[in-house]
Design a protein around this ligand. Structure first.
Ligand code: LLP
Length: 443
């Protein structure tokens, strides 16, 4: 089995987000210059950081024959998808909307995998008509629906069964997906019978198995357990005479974040090689965060300072609607001031909060940022994954913009969606004065 050469696995972040003459830069551009043209809050991504992350993973995994599909949910901007697709990355989607995005980005349908626990008939039909690579199925009931839809279209559906191996990924409870009580996947003990039944149906082309244990996984041992279970299952299915040509190992690889150093990609590759490398399966992984997480900042302006219980409260113009992760998962995103802090050790403590009318709109307490004042710009780091893609217009705020830097150029890859555009979707007339209903309500 070809082993990978260990490489430095975490980006030297200075390479993309760095201070030059005390000013925060992204690649070759000063962020202050970008912020002069783009109103805050906005996400700012480094194209090089994404290319770097892809190359590290692909260099480690391609010698052992593993292909990579990007989990679109992590960052679904079409420009980001296009960048990754042009590097050779496939796409892992979870909705009809993500399918549209992947196709709009030029991803070949033959490199698209459709995951997700609640696909509608319309989504399944669209995926089949598009001719995607594979649908990962999460329940016996879904197998029935896919078979029905395929029959009605006169097509065969290529599927894999997503296994719930009952492995605790040892990450935040809300991003743990493979314990027995989780809503995801099919219990490992039920797989042999279901697999055999599905394989016997003419509408279905059952190609293999999929697993995804959770997200932001730091300790790699749960991957070893899950992949070893999958290997055992493949062997058991084959012993029953069933073919299992494909194995999808899911995503979940963590990134360095706060106190977490981030996992070693060479070690991850060795685990893959040692557990499932000799099965002769076509192997795929579906990372989201690894490819884009460290490549993005959320840029915000400090609006007001006020005295707090323990230091200052710094109210910024980015809120939990722009970056949900602190409110949802207690994530603490490191903060980079635009002007490098001097004498950081003695600098005050700031609790950084957003403008949303919720106590959970709180990014946490920070020290070492230097002396801040209203009008200062700050950047939340490690915000390239599950930042913009989870943003909303809550409190009727504009949907956040996104900017992509490549070398010494930047481009707004999503402009802000403003309130006028949102209001266009709503009936702004007085509905009570509208046309009378066709039928009078009974009674
Ligand atoms: N494959 C499947 C089937 C998934 O459900 C996910 C993520 C992935 C792949 C990609 O996982 P990743 O490599 O990005 O860890 N919003 C949360 C993360 C939710 C992950 C959902 N599924 C967060 O901000 O931490």
């Amino acid at each position: 089995m070809a082993m990978t050469t260990p490489r430095k696995i975490q980006p030297d972040q200075q390479a993309w987000f760095h201070y030059r003459a005390g000013e925060l830069h992204v690649e070759g551009l000063c962020l202050t210059d970008i912020a002069r043209e783009v109103p805050t809050p906005f996400y700012c991504y480094s194209a090089e950081a994404m290319r770097w992350a892809y190359s590290i993973l692909s260099d480690a995994l391609s010698p052992i024959g593993v292909s990579i599909c990007f989990a679109v949910k992590a960052n679904s901007n079409i420009a980001v998808l296009r960048l990754l697709s042009e590097l050779g990355c496939g796409m892992d989607i979870v909705s009809g909307g993500e399918l549209e995005r992947a196709l709009a980005a030029g991803a070949p349908s033959s490199r698209i995998i459709f995951s997700g626990v609640g696909k509608t008939r319309a989504e399944i039909a669209h995926a089949l008509e598009t001719g995607i690579h594979q649908i990962n199925v999460e329940s016996a009931a879904e197998i029935e629906v896919i078979a029905e839809v395929a029959r009605s279209l006169g097509r065969r559906a290529t599927i894999a069964l997503r296994v719930n191996p009952d492995v605790d990924a040892k990450t935040h409870a809300k991003i743990t997906t493979a314990t027995k009580d989780s809503k995801f996947g099919i219990a490992i003990d039920d797989i042999p019978e279901l697999y055999a039944k599905a394989a016997a149906r003419p509408e279905l082309d059952v190609q293999g198995l999929a697993v995804h244990i959770g997200s932001q996984v730091q300790d790699l041992s749960p991957f070893r357990h899950a992949f070893a279970s999958m290997a055992g299952l493949v062997t058991a299915l084959r012993a029953k005479g069933l073919e299992v040509p494909r194995l999808d190992l899911g995503g979940g690889i963590g990134i360095a974040f706060g106190d977490n150093p981030g996992p070693d990609i060479a070690e991850y590759a060795s685990i893959v090689a040692e557990t499932v490398g000799d099965l002769g399966c076509q192997l795929t992984v579906e990372p989201g965060r690894w490819l884009v997480g460290r490549a993005g900042l959320l840029v915000t302006e400090l609006l007001y300072l006020k005295d707090g219980q323990d230091g200052y409260v710094a109210i910024v113009d980015a809120g939990m609607n722009d970056l949900m992760r602190p409110a949802l998962y207690d994530a603490k995103h490191p903060v980079l001031p635009f002007h490098q802090a001097k004498g950081a050790a003695a600098s005050p403590r700031y609790r950084i909060v957003g403008p949303i009318c919720e106590s959970s709109d709180d990014f946490g307490a920070y020290e070492g940022l230097g002396e801040l004042k209203a009008g200062d710009l700050l950047a939340f780091d490690c915000a390239g994954a599950y930042g913009a893609s989870m943003a909303s217009t809550y409190n009727s705020r504009d949907l956040v913009a996104e900017v992509l830097v490549d070398g010494d150029h930047f481009r707004t890859i999503r402009r802000r969606q403003n309130i006028r555009e949102v209001l266009e979707l709503e009936d702004t007339g007085n509905w009570q004065n509208g046309p009378a209903p066709a039928k009078k309500a009974a009674g």
